[in-house]
Structure formats: C-alpha cells, structure tokens
Ligand binder design. Sequence first.
Ligand SMILES: [Zn+2]
Length: 189
Amino acid sequence: MPFTLFHYPVGYWSSKLDKRLVLPGLLMGSVIPDVEVVPLYLFFRGVITDHFILHSFVGALTLGLVLAVLVTRYIYPTLIGRIFNLDREELQDVCGITPHLVLSCAIGIVFHLLLDFPIHWYNHLLWPWVDPYLLVGPLAIFFATLLSADILVGYSVAGAFVSVIMALVLVQIVYSNKENRWRKLWIGH
Ligand SMILES: [Zn+2]
C-alpha cells in the first residue's frame, strides 16, 4: 500500500486528464490490486508476501482488470448510491461497460502499481520474469539510507510519508469540492 483509500487522489486527478475517462472506473482500478492484501496476509503469512499477482502488471491488467470492471459495473452504483445518496440511474449510466470504462480501470490499476512501487522493499511489478526482491522501491532505499536503518524501516517510513501526503491531498480534494461534493467525488465532472 499506502493505505488503500489514499490511492483515491491519483484516480481523481487522472479523471481531469481527459473528459472521456470514467471516474468510477479510475477509482475502482486504483484500489482493486489491494483486494489481495488481506487474504494473502491472513492465509499465506510467512509463505508469500501480502503483494502478489494483483501487484504485477500481467496479473493486474488481466485478472485485476476484470475484477475492477465487474465491481464498477455491478457493485459501485448500488453501494456508492446508497452511502452518498446519489442518483442510482446516473451512476448506472456512468458505470456501464464501455471501452472508456475498461481503459479507465486499466489506468487506475497502473497508477496504483506505480504509487506502490517506490515505497515497497519488494515489488512484483514484473512477476513472473523478475524476482520481486530485486525491485526495491527508491523511497524505501532513500529513507533507509537517510536513517542508517535497514530496508524494513525505510519501507515503513516511506509508507507513512506517502500516506500523510495523500491524506492531506484527500482532505484538500474533499474540501475544495463544496458544491455537489459527493457527486463530483464519486461520479465526476
Ligand atoms: Zn497496493
């Protein structure tokens, strides 16, 4: 990670790049790789790391992409509509499966992997071709060097550092969208 919710700003910003991109797809793409973290941690702790297939480009852009599209199409409209009291029909409309929705999910996924990469001391980005332990995040190395500590400390500090920045940006995004806040934050435009 950083904490999964803190991937939100990257999905939100990406929606500003091109009006055809679909905010719900970007958001779901930007969180979906972390659905593997809890089951891997609970059931395979000590055997494999809590990042695996969904944090590799090949796994995330196949299995992860299918998951992100399905969640955006079938869960997002009902869940977000209910929690934030938004128009269910408009949500269903925006979340329909189109090439732009699929592309948006893929972009969200890629940004998730790229945001995780600098922090982690192992990265499955190029799994199964490159050993994850050869891809050490530059921010983790930076903090480990700065603090004369081992890479695990560097990883923890890098994670906390990025999480704090993203939390502040998230607050700024929520605060700056005063009018139709929830609609802008969950449907877009
Ligand atoms: Zn992640």
